[in-house]
Design a binder for this molecule. Structure first.
Ligand code: ATP
Length: 270
């Protein structure tokens, strides 16, 4: 579905944020993008979602291809229409609008009213709290609920590819597990996901494949379970999340066993 080929990105003349990055996301896959601060993870999502120019960045080499068509010169709305939607870092909801109005705003990019209706049912099923709090001002939701609203709003256009930038950031361990299980469910329902995370254990539990970025370059890439077992990843990225990891693991397993028509989750079976 998505190919990033030889991608290099700069901000101004001085900052080389990405250098010759290659990656692929299949139709029915979750790709985790890992790396420390400043590795280029957000820049990668900005480039795929077409918002790089808003941050004064520019592609200096390479291409981003979605369904065999080049998208790195398209604006964000055109990329949403092609089925790729981003949830930027920091739960950027419309705080003064109601929960329902936020969801409606997300649905503006939907191909038809029927797609919007199906998407709304799916969002309310995934996040019952958003149906319960429909009339409430979004700014009054808790941090975890705001993250759910941000993801729900992105799902309202019926995307085939969801781009998530650090959805677990700042959330309590229990909520990290909840977000992990929701991503697993979204995947099971047939939406591909690119998951940027600093919480590597959570991301590697949910993902099929992963890439590790270091200073704008791909340092490691491979199946998520293989990377999770690699000494380098263990040493650099799997040190500090023990409590939330156990919670995420339990929640993801629960999502897997409760889901019907599970695809691509056989790693967790048994
Ligand atoms: P973090 O996990 O801290 O969010 P990241 O992996 O997402 O980091 P990016 O935000 O993509 O990394 O940043 C990659 C590099 O580009 C860094 O050196 C950063 O300082 C720089 N950078 C990011 N945004 C801009 C910008 N708008 N203008 C100039 N430099 C930027």
């Amino acid at each position: 579905m998505l190919s990033v080929c030889g991608l290099s990105v700069r901000y101004g003349r001085a900052v080389r944020a990405l250098e010759n990055v290659d990656l692929e996301v299949g139709d029915d896959a979750v790709l985790a993008v890992l790396g420390g601060n400043g590795a280029g993870k957000s820049t990668l999502l900005r480039t795929i979602s077409g918002t790089l120019r808003l941050h004064r960045g520019a592609v200096t080499a390479g291409q981003v291809i979605l369904d065999d068509q080049r998208i790195d010169r398209l604006d964000p709305a055109a990329i949403v229409r092609r089925g790729a939607v981003a949830v930027p870092e920091g739960r950027q909801i419309f705080a003064r609008m109601s929960v329902e109005e936020n969801l409606r705003a997300g649905g503006l990019g939907a191909a038809s009213a029927a797609v919007r209706r199906t998407a709304r049912d799916r969002v309310h099923e995934l996040f019952p709290v958003l149906a319960e709090r429909a009339k409430q001002r979004a700014g009054l939701l808790s941090g975890g609920e705001q993250q759910m609203l941000a993801i729900g709003r992105a799902l309202m256009s019926g995307p085939r590819l969801l781009l998530l930038d650090e959805p677990s950031l700042g959330l309590a361990p229990q909520l990290v597990g909840r977000i992990a299980s929701i991503i697993a469910e979204i995947h099971v329902q047939g939406t591909a996901v690119v998951l940027v995370e600093q919480n590597a254990t959570m991301a590697l539990q949910v993902a099929d494949h992963a890439v590790v970025l270091e200073v704008g370059r791909v340092a490691l890439t491979g199946p998520a379970d293989r990377l999770a077992a690699s000494d380098d990843v263990q040493r650099l990225y799997l040190g500090g999340h023990a409590e939330s990891d156990a919670q995420a693991d339990a929640e993801v397993r629960a999502a897997q066993t409760s889901a019907t028509g599970v695809r691509g989750l056989s790693r967790w079976a048994g």
